[in-house]
Design a protein around this ligand. Structure first.
Ligand code: 13P
Ligand code: SF4
Length: 314
């Protein structure tokens, strides 16, 4: 088995060079996929890397909207999603048609879409944001009324940090809602003195119990700088692999073992190999939609540098 894994990794490396490819992996990917990646990061970091890479092929180990965003930014590159069925259920909770109808109800609102959305929805939005720069993006707007789609919980969290009217789309992440306030209370009782970090896709009562609400990239930076030796992590459990690898002297406890994103787990080393062999499945956005979606993504990139993570809750 070990020999097979080594051979697989060697073949992936060989093909990667031959294809002039780069492998990007989101922080929630399986450990064995993270180990194959050139870069591991959150949605903002990975889209920034995609926008700058000189590689001709991007193998995106993440979910569909992430590969789509890379394709929006790099139309001349081939963007591969090793499992084309790896979608994001939250992104699927809104369509361009339903957003267009909502915009008619609130014609004076600026439309901000979370990056966890389809290219069609981005094309109907004024500006995009990720969990790492959401507050900075909305603060940068010169309007006081925002229609925020599709994550009601990230939207609610932002509304506690800024003084603007926020109209929230009722979407949510089915993985993050599995983390309950009770889980945080129980983990804190089991690990007195531990710090609690949660993703802003969590419910408000969970965020209220945390020391910090951070993007996944923000969590990785927090883990490196904190003096705490035990950290309770309220997000998808895949991130624990990276956190533990980068901080062997610290202990990371999943707030809930139920917080597993089945779509993120669809990518495997074998599928990465097949994607490089076949140069498929490719994700490409129709040019007419891409140009409009790109405006929203570019506006975000002008605002959001990696370190503009969401400020501490406490
Ligand atoms: P990050 O941008 O914080 O990595 O979040 C992406 C995501 O899908 C969270 O569920
Ligand atoms: Fe989508 Fe939630 Fe999975 Fe992130 S964790 S990709 S928001 S379903």
């Amino acid at each position: 088995m070990v020999k097979r894994n080594v051979e697989l990794a060697e073949e992936i490396l060989r093909l990667k060079r031959q294809r002039n490819a780069i492998i990007l992996a989101h922080n929630y990917q399986r450990g064995e996929v993270q180990d194959l990646a050139d870069f591991i990061g959150d949605s903002l970091e990975l889209s920034q890397i995609a926008s700058k890479t000189g590689a001709e092929v991007i193998v995106f180990c993440g979910v569909h909207f992430m590969a789509e965003t890379a394709s929006i930014l790099c139309p001349d590159k081939k963007v591969l999603l090793p499992d084309v069925d790896a979608g994001c259920p939250m992104a699927n909770m809104i369509t361009a048609e339903s957003l267009m109808a909502k915009k008619k109800e609130f014609p004076d609102a600026t439309v901000v879409c979370y990056i966890n959305s389809s290219a069609d929805v981005k094309a109907e939005s004024d500006i995009c944001c990720t969990s790492a720069n959401a507050v900075a993006v909305i603060e940068s707007l010169d309007t006081d009324k925002v229609l925020f789609v599709p994550d009601q919980y990230l939207g609610h969290y932002i509304s506690t940090k800024i003084d603007k009217e926020m109209i929230l789309w009722p979407g949510f992440c089915p993985t993050h809602i599995k983390i309950q306030a009770e889980d945080i209370v129980n983990r804190k009782a089991e690990h007195p003195g531990a710090k609690v970090i949660v993703h802003p896709e969590c419910r408000p009562d969970v965020i209220a119990l945390a020391d910090e609400a951070l993007s996944t990239g923000g969590m990785c930076r927090f883990a490196g700088r904190t003096d705490a030796k035990t950290i309770i992590v309220g997000t998808e459990v895949g991130i624990i692999y990276r956190l533990s690898k980068e901080n062997p002297d610290k202990k990371f406890i999943a707030a809930s073992p139920k917080a597993v994103c089945p779509n993120m787990k669809k990518i495997t080393p074998e599928k990465v190999l097949w994607a490089l062999q076949d140069l498929a499945p490719e994700v490409r956005v129709r040019e007419e939609i891409r140009v409009r979606a790109r405006r929203a993504v570019d506006k975000m990139l002008e605002v959001g540098e990696v370190d503009q993570e969401i400020a501490s809750v406490s």
